[in-house]
Design a protein around this ligand. Structure first.
Ligand SMILES: NC(=O)c1ccc[n+]([C@@H]2O[C@H](COP(=O)([O-])OP(=O)(O)OC[C@H]3O[C@@H](n4cnc5c(N)ncnc54)[C@H](O)[C@@H]3O)[C@@H](O)[C@H]2O)c1
Length: 243
């Protein structure tokens, strides 16, 4: 990765932060793009030479402004995302739209803005999808829909730009990040341990994934060893979708 320039959306926390650490350790020059200024700055102090970009990926003008100031980019990791619990009848339109704004529109806006830079470098895009884009997950109507869109956008890009860049999508099972902690706190405050055990059991290996495990898959997909990998949808889910 020596000297290669990488931008990770949602880089301040969880899978994004682990990805920043893994790419930085491999020698990439990392930009942590996030709305969480404190988290991004704390991580940048840990990763020497990393830069911080405070950016709301849903804001078209802000995305255009930010990318107009970036001179070169080899790796884009579209990782920023939010969740929502609820089946179809419990899903408010405003929440459905909010999820699509971040998980789908944000991925679109950042990818579009990064395209001239990625075409110039013959770069690599890694989108973070989810098993929720591949199989139905109970009470995740809107979330499943957005992650299905992430998979579809990845494949479409690989078809439009087969030799110009590579685009791949990682679909993790449940990963131990603040995203999961926030879910437990919001929906299961009084039965966290019971629900945590259920989350572990949802994956046949019997535990949650670790952010570093997803980050290493990102690292592989961005590396020269993955030159033949494009338009792929890779699960990393402890066996969840095997059954
Ligand atoms: N944790 C899991 O179990 C799991 C499983 C499968 C897929 N995923 C996906 O992985 C990605 C990362 O999840 P995580 O668990 O690390 O979450 P996280 O909540 O720990 O981190 C998400 C980061 O995205 C940032 N973010 C949110 N909205 C943003 C916006 N509009 N603009 C810029 N940044 C924004 C947040 O500030 C945060 O730093 C998400 O796309 C999520 O859907 C997570």
């Amino acid at each position: 990765m020596d000297g290669r320039k990488a931008l990770i959306t949602g880089g301040a926390s969880g899978i994004g932060a682990a990805t920043c650490r893994a790419l930085h350790a491999a020698g990439a020059q990392v930009t942590i793009a996030d709305i969480d200024q404190r988290g991004a700055e704390a991580l940048s102090r840990e990763l020497q030479g990393a830069s911080v970009l405070i950016l709301d990926i849903t804001d078209e003008a802000a995305v255009a402004y930010a990318f107009a100031r970036i001179a070169a980019l080899d790796i884009l990791v579209n990782n920023a995302g939010i969740g929502l619990v609820g089946g179809v009848v419990e899903t408010a339109l405003a929440d459905f739209e909010r999820l699509f704004r971040v998980n789908v529109q944000g991925m679109f806006l950042v990818t579009r803005a990064a395209m001239p830079l990625l075409l110039a470098s013959r770069g690599s895009i890694v989108n973070i999808g989810s098993v929720a884009g591949l199989v139905g997950v109970k009470k995740r109507f809107a979330y499943c829909a957005t992650k299905g869109a992430a998979i579809a956008m990845t494949r479409q890009l690989a078809v439009d730009y087969p030799t110009e860049l590579r685009a791949n999508c990682i679909c993790p099972g449940t990963v131990d990040t603040p995203f999961v902690e926030a879910y437990l706190e919001k929906y299961h405050r009084h039965e966290k341990e019971k629900v945590r055990a259920e989350l572990n059991q949802r994956q046949p290996v019997g535990r949650l994934g670790r952010p570093e495990e997803i980050a290493n898959m990102v690292l592989y997909l961005c590396s020269p060893e993955a030159e033949f990998v494009s338009g792929s949808v890779l699960t990393i889910d402890g066996g969840w979708t095997a059954g």
